[in-house]
Design a protein around this ligand. Structure first.
Ligand code: PLP
Length: 420
């Protein structure tokens, strides 16, 4: 076995891998350039004057077979629009996973609802239905389900719980474009679903987002008004109906989105087949890839694998440094090495001035957002390596990624270290 690159040996990955950060890992063609040129030449950069945003919404709704789609500025805006649509009372509780982007939690807090974290399934790292049920109280309004890493959460169990307790379900599909749960598209189970088109996502508009639903007006307000200043433009006049931000997507984003959407199957298919190939290559190595549930199609936003610290001779942080030195583009834990609830915005209530709202509002449930809250999420964040994934990985890259992982894991498998 060769010396590790971190110790001065040769790198297992010669050169850099395709990256979501630039064209090495993003697929844009003449189509996107022409679409953008058309918008700029038309001088119509806003949805108010140009057709692209509406066209993108219609195409996206058709792809998902739903009645309504509203394009917005980014994925966080999409989720915020969904929570505004639901219109919770201050202090209402919304259950979510701690293994997700902060963009899932920000909209809850911004609407003065309380984020309640359910633990995750140790294998899929998706929200655990049993923990959802254990966290339901009379104040629970909704469950926000992130399909993390692009792998479907257990929607059958989650929808049964939602039905039993009359809860709204918001699906966070920011990482799960065209993921399927038992033959049905993720994003078509809940009341509302949200997508992100940020730079690293399966399709991208730089930043961008979409909210979809089959039942507009279900909670007494129009979905579109929730990202448009509460403004019922279709009725004329300026009668702002309720508090809502301006989250419009621009025509420039929509023009790119329309072209990217046409290639979405190709992007997702490439991510999945490279991931399947890597799983094959890692078969003899002592790591546990995070795989989709049986009967589902996961779409690999990241390729993640779990390490067992009790079998390693160094902390996971050292192993990650060694992997990076070999050329692996990854990091430990999602959203980081601690679950979402332990970041200052939630744990220390860093919200509105010094008020601590909504966490300090009278009569709301007080939660200690500390490391005892979700034990499985705590472990997952410490023991999982997430690798950035793209649709541009080729066989030669996958062989090198596998050999980098094998080299590093073999090196550190020498003696017991411990969970620590
Ligand atoms: C699961 C999840 N939810 C929400 C978001 C927020 O999306 P955006 O970054 O587009 O605001 C992201 C993207 O990072 C995400 O991965």
């Amino acid at each position: 076995m060769q010396d590790l690159a971190i110790n001065g040996g040769p790198r297992a990955i010669d050169g850099t891998l395709p990256s979501f950060r630039d064209t090495s890992g993003r697929t844009f063609g003449q189509e996107e350039i022409e679409a953008l040129t058309e918008v700029i030449k038309s001088g119509r950069l806003s949805f108010l004057t140009g057709p692209k945003t509406a066209e993108f919404e219609q195409a996206f709704a058709a792809k998902y077979g739903v009645k309504h789609a509203v394009a917005v500025a980014n994925g966080t805006a999409a989720l915020h629009t969904a929570v505004i649509y639901l219109n919770p009372e201050p202090g209402d509780e919304i259950i979510l996973s701690p293994v997700t982007d902060v963009g899932t939690a920000i909209p809850v807090i911004a609407q003065l609802a309380i984020p309640v974290f359910a633990d995750v399934d140790p294998v899929t790292q998706n929200i655990d239905p049993a923990s959802i049920e254990a966290n339901i109280t009379p104040r629970t309004r909704a469950i926000m389900v992130t399909h993390v890493y692009g792998h479907p959460a257990d929607m059958e169990a989650i929808m049964a719980i939602a039905k039993k307790h009359k809860l709204v379900v918001i699906e966070d599909c920011a990482q799960a474009h065209l993921a399927y749960y038992k033959g049905k598209l993720c994003g078509t189970f809940g009341d509302v679903a949200c997508f992100s088109f940020q730079q690293s996502k399966h399709m991208t508009t730089g930043d961008g987002g979409m909210v979809i639903t089959n039942e507009d007006g279900k909670f007494g307000r129009g979905l579109r008004h929730c990202s448009d200043k509460g403004w019922p433009r279709e009725r004329g006049g300026r009668n702002h109906l309720f508090l809502a931000p301006n989250y419009h997507m621009t025509e420039l984003q929509a023009a790119v989105g329309l072209e990217q959407l046409k290639k979405l199957e190709q992007f997702v298919g490439a991510r999945v087949s490279s991931a399947d190939r890597l799983t094959e290559l890692l078969a003899g190595i002592d790591v546990r890839p995070v795989l989709p549930l049986e009967g589902t199609v996961g779409v690999y936003f990241f390729y993640s694998f779990r390490l067992d610290p009790t079998k390693l001779s160094a902390p996971v942080t050292e192993v990650m440094k060694a992997l990076a030195a070999e050329g692996i583009d990854g990091f430990i834990g999602y959203p980081g090495q601690i679950p979402l609830y332990r970041y200052p915005v939630i744990r220390e209530h860093k919200t509105f001035g010094d008020s601590g709202w909504p966490f300090t509002l009278k009569g709301v449930r007080k939660i200690d957002y500390d490391s005892s809250l979700c034990p499985e999420a705590e472990l997952a964040c410490k023991e999982t390596i997430c690798m950035w994934w793209t649709d541009r990985l080729e066989e030669r890259h996958l062989l090198q990624i596998a050999s980098a992982i094998e080299k590093v894991i073999t090196h550190y498998s020498a003696r017991t270290y411990g969970r620590g």
